[in-house]
Design a protein around this ligand. Structure first.
Ligand SMILES: [Zn+2]
Length: 776
């Protein structure tokens, strides 16, 4: 503790922030407005982040007829596309996406794949061999105008340019058709976002079908045509439109798809229709096709055909599933006052998990997301079980999800929560990017990040303590600590993102959670997030529209936050370097002199002083008293009349407020903070007082605005502080918390001693069943 003297007029400097100007610090660059990093607002996109007064977007309607050839695992289709040019530009040609060409032998995905070999290689790592031998990719057999005249077209890998006979002027539409076929990939050998899974026991497949027809590329005011090649990581940019799709499949197949089923009576049995009727009012999901019925169909393998007709309005894509192996359950739910079907399709291998949780997870997701974004606008949402790669894949109203129990029906906690989590995530994608239709080919975070953030919130509402795989700031720490060569900013093109999961999902989700909990606060954040979703529902937002909307609706300048979290790779690492303790020197000799004496007396005697006291029996002055003078008897701690007079004259001139401060007994601390990480962060300080109570102070990020590397902050309290802790509740993703304490506290880690690696119990449910003799 030190005692300081208060000068008149000097009060400002003890409560204020010290501007430290020792060296030039680039703090200004961390807090500079994003300026030219964002596109200039215009009539299409406003400075507020809302769509501008002349915002426009294209539209494409599809009429598709397709057949699934179950014997050859092949799809043949024909589509008529009506393309509406709502842009102010004349178009001489159109671009379509041919995503199946990812599986073409000549695909750039294979050609640009890099890798190496060593002495031991997994079969998975060798999938490029299988892939280069698979006859995949679209065979485009016709491209014609509405009168049946051939249209010239050029296929450029995963994109197709269709030349128009004459330019398509603003406000005009163009009707044309495409015919195609392709071989479906075996998901167990060639992973993809769609494909089939073959079940050797009964010789049947489940089909999860997507990116299965040539789809219109997006033409917008930001990029023009978004026709960046599909290499596999960056997803899709798609135009909204209406769909009518007729799917011909084996007549014992059950089909789930985007949109409403239009010919229920032709494709469903009267029992199934009756069960659907029950599901309209049931409290729990009703099984429409049960396991026994599915197992029967697996054995019979009917050879007839049936055509299922679906219609969907204002969707950006269409996907479906088909199999005789499917169990199907459904429940009609109330979502923000609208009736929405929640449905699941799964083979028996998914049970018991799927029957118990899938449709419930669909319903929960629709409700949770609708509350935070926009009310779910579509008539249904489907979760389909697939082998996938354990993960999932999303399309409007339908998604494919992993999570399969063991053959004996037991499962690990990871399988259970992973499955519920992936269903919440993929159903959640209905909101980002199916409704808030961002450009996934360019920005993965705009759908994955925003969706993962909402997923975390929905999971926490599912079950207290739900083991979410991201969302909490401490969960991003290991990624933020990784070496700089493996880090890219969130604002990186989808196909170039390194550490894809942490970068595109976890980091933006965490950043949003930090914004909500620590920077903006829940109430304002939630209003702004909903505002963004409402503004951009059924439209095509870009990053600036999100950044601007969040600032516009909250009144919080977040440019430093976007700059650090989205455009940078630095982590948060703030250290509480030092704390100095002060009290006010009252200048009253009755108070200060005894204190000064006590202070002097409390100083330890040095080792020489201690030894000299013993060893030097008599000093020179002891033997020669004539050497004494005034100073040999002077007591500097003695209170003199002069001291008193001086204090009286000082005190007499103080104002009542100044006297109050001097007599307040306040405790002052200067906290020296160092920003070792570079990423700007609010500073949260917990003070534990000597009397056992505690207090938290939160200082906004702007505390760093004059010096982003090192600052000092003065805090005063009316009780002495025993312990200071930075970020006590892990709000900031600080990558080193050991230096967050003053006085320092070692953080204990527990290490295990082992003789050899033991097998951890993976599936406690199975072990418990074995132990109780339930095991089949
Ligand atoms: Zn996702």
């Amino acid at each position: 503790m030190k005692r300081f003297t208060v000068f008149c007029l000097a009060l400002g400097c003890i409560t204020g922030l010290y501007a430290q100007t020792k060296e030039i610090d680039p703090a200004y660059s961390k807090f500079e407005q994003l300026g030219t990093a964002l596109p200039t607002p215009n009539n299409y996109r406003s400075a507020s982040g809302a769509p501008g007064p002349q915002y426009w977007q294209q539209r494409a309607d599809y009429d598709i007829k397709a057949e699934l050839d179950d014997n050859n695992r092949r799809i043949t289709g024909a589509e008529t596309i009506t393309y509406y040019n709502n842009s102010p530009d004349e178009l001489g040609y159109l671009w379509l996406q041919l995503d199946q060409n990812l599986f073409d032998k000549e695909s750039n995905t294979l050609k640009t794949q890099t890798g190496t070999l060593n002495n031991s290689v997994s079969f998975n790592a060798m999938s490029f061999v299988t892939r280069s031998q698979f006859d995949g990719g679209f065979k485009i057999t016709a491209v014609k105008d509405k009168s049946g005249n051939k249209l010239t077209h050029i296929i450029n890998k995963t994109m197709m340019r269709v030349n128009l006979p004459q330019p398509l002027r603003p406000g005009q539409k163009f009707i044309f058709s495409v015919e195609w076929n392709y071989n479906i990939n075996d998901m167990q050998k060639i992973r993809g976002r769609s494909g089939y899974e073959f079940f050797p026991a009964d010789g049947n497949c489940t089909y999860t079908i997507a990116q299965w027809f040539p789809r219109m590329a997006v033409y917008d005011d930001v990029w023009g045509w978004q026709h960046k090649q599909f290499l596999g990581q960056g997803e899709f940019a798609l135009t909204f439109g209406n769909y009518k799709v007729a799917l011909t499949v084996p007549d014992d197949h059950i089909v789930g798809a985007t949109g409403n089923l239009m010919n229920e009576k032709q494709v469903l049995t009267s029992t199934q229709i009756q069960r659907l009727k029950e599901a309209e009012t049931a409290k729990n999901p009703v099984v429409i096709v049960n396991q026994q019925e599915a197992t029967e169909a697996e054995k019979k393998k009917s050879t007839g055909k049936k055509t299922w007709i679906f219609q969907a309005e204002n969707v950006r894509d269409f996907a479906w599933c088909s199999s005789r192996r499917y169990i199907w359950d459904a429940k009609l739910c109330d979502v923000e006052g609208a009736k929405v079907w929640a449905m699941s399709y799964y083979p028996k291998e998914g049970n018991p998990l799927w029957g118990q949780y899938s449709t419930r997870a669909v319903e929960h997701t629709l409700k949770s997301y609708s509350k935070r974004t926009v009310a779910y606008p579509y008539p249904k949402a489907i979760s389909v079980h697939w082998i996938g790669n354990g993960g999932g894949m999303e399309y409007p109203m339908i998604c494919f999800n992993g999570g399969r129990p063991e053959a004996d029906g037991t499962y690990s906690a990871q399988t259970k929560y992973g499955m519920i989590g992936v269903i919440i995530h993929e159903v959640g994608h209905n909101f980002f990017p199916m409704i808030v239709n961002s450009d996934e080919r360019q920005w993965s975070w705009m759908d994955e990040g925003l969706n993962s953030f909402c997923q975390y919130l929905a999971e926490q509402e599912w079950e207290r303590g739900y083991p979410s795989w991201n969302g909490e700031p401490y969960q991003i720490v290991s990624y933020m600590r990784s070496s700089k060569e493996t880090l890219v900013p969130i604002m990186t093109n989808s196909e170039q993102v390194l550490q894809f999961g942490p970068n595109a999902y976890d980091k933006p989700a965490t950043a949003l959670n930090i914004l909500r909990e620590t920077v903006i606060g829940r109430e304002l954040f939630d209003i702004a997030f909903k505002e963004y979703a409402t503004r951009w529902a059924f439209k095509h937002p870009h990053p600036a529209d999100f950044f601007r909307s969040m600032e516009d609706a909250t009144g919080v300048d977040l440019d430093w936050f976007w700059r650090g979290w989205f455009y940078g790779i630095d982590p948060v690492e703030v250290s509480l370097e030092d704390v100095n303790y002060y009290k006010i020197n009252s200048q009253n000799p009755d108070v200060e002199k005894p204190l000064a004496k006590a202070d002097a007396d409390s100083k330890p005697k040095t080792i020489s002083q201690q030894r000299n006291a013993e060893e030097i029996k008599k000093t020179l002055v002891d033997d020669n008293p004539e050497l004494n003078d005034f100073y040999n008897s002077y007591n500097p701690y003695q209170i003199t009349p002069e001291d008193k007079a001086q204090f009286d004259s000082y005190y007499k001139n103080l104002t009542p407020e100044e006297k109050k401060l001097i007599e307040s007994g306040l405790h002052f601390y200067t906290l020296k903070l160092k920003n070792n990480g570079g990423l700007i962060s609010p500073v949260i300080v917990k003070m534990e007082f000597e009397d056992g109570t505690e207090k938290i102070e939160t200082y906004p990020a702007e505390i760093w605005r004059l010096n982003s590397k090192e600052i000092s902050k003065v805090i005063f309290t009316d009780k002495p502080v025993k312990q200071f802790t930075l970020d006590p509740y892990l709000q900031t993703a600080d990558i080193d918390t050991e230096n967050n304490y003053f006085p320092r506290k070692p953080e204990a880690s527990r290490f295990q001693l082992f003789k050899q690696q033991g097998n951890r119990p993976k599936n406690p449910m199975q072990q418990a069943q074995k132990a109780s003799g339930q095991q089949k």
